[in-house]
Design a protein around this ligand. Sequence first.
Ligand SMILES: Nc1ncnc2c1ncn2[C@@H]1O[C@H](COP(=O)(O)OP(=O)(O)OC[C@H]2O[C@@H]([n+]3cccc(C(=O)O)c3)[C@H](O)[C@@H]2O)[C@@H](O)[C@H]1O
Ligand SMILES: Nc1ncnc2c1ncn2[C@@H]1O[C@H](COP(=O)(O)OP(=O)(O)OP(=O)(O)O)[C@@H](O)[C@H]1O
Length: 241
Amino acid sequence: MENVEKTCDELVNWLRERVEEANAKGLVFGLSGGIDSAVVAGLAKKAFPENSLGIIMPCHSNPIDEEHGLLVAESLDLKTTKVDLTNTYDVFMETVSNEGENRLAQANVKPRLRMTTLYYFAQKYNYLVAGPSNKSEFTVGYFTKHGDSGVDIFPIASFVKSEVRELAYCLNIPEKIITKPPTAGLWENQTDEKEMGFSYDVLDNYIKTGSGEKELVEKIEKMNKRSGHKRKFPPIFTIEK
Ligand SMILES: Nc1ncnc2c1ncn2[C@@H]1O[C@H](COP(=O)(O)OP(=O)(O)OC[C@H]2O[C@@H]([n+]3cccc(C(=O)O)c3)[C@H](O)[C@@H]2O)[C@@H](O)[C@H]1O
Ligand SMILES: Nc1ncnc2c1ncn2[C@@H]1O[C@H](COP(=O)(O)OP(=O)(O)OP(=O)(O)O)[C@@H](O)[C@H]1O
């Protein structure tokens, strides 16, 4: 990025404009302990020092996530609330499950419960929900439809993962958070790169230059095409007149 400080300032202004436009007062977001939500938190706190709220939502999560979420909050002097969704998830799964399980179907319930939680706080405080998706995840559909993508605004969705890292340094996010391997934390030992089958470096390079190893480029393009429905509003049937 040419001038990361300037970009940060522009992002902060952009957040203020979006919130004002919606007649809202501030921003709420999930604080996972990862870099993406840390950057959203850093920008939100700059835009709305008194009206930014990070929600920590463990759901059968690794306890280190909460520790890292609190570390981010402390470094930003950010207000947080913890909502433990573990029991809610268990009761929900017991209610819907009959026979035959599907790991992804189960895992995607977690981001959707988090989305429901964020909208509870958004309405309660007249805040908008800020989403942490970045351009790398967006390009290949690496997010849960109506889960972590179920938000009001996407401040960092036009930045690839390496640019999100630059923003994180600019916002003084703790080094530990910036350098740890990205994970959606939906199951034990999940990492983004292991699940996607390529590294963020490969993905970011493809997004920036359109090039890469043939097999991986084909894989990325296939994922991009297959996830198109997630980046669009659902189709609406219209009667021909
Ligand atoms: N062509 C089509 N047109 C319209 N809708 C279509 C469709 N194909 C599927 N669908 C719908 O989409 C659903 C599948 O999409 P979805 O529910 O999103 O599920 P899916 O893409 O299968 O899974 C989400 C992926 O995102 C990852 N994730 C989730 C959360 C956070 C992060 C992170 O790192 O931040 C990553 C997760 O590990 C997993 O790999 C189907 O069940 C169906 O309802
Ligand atoms: N335990 C959690 N508590 C609160 N929010 C969460 C939690 N887990 C996930 N989220 C929300 O879902 C988003 C997507 O999750 P994910 O873990 O992929 O992102 P991240 O942790 O911010 O960054 P990274 O992709 O680098 O791990 C998070 O940014 C956060 O807003």
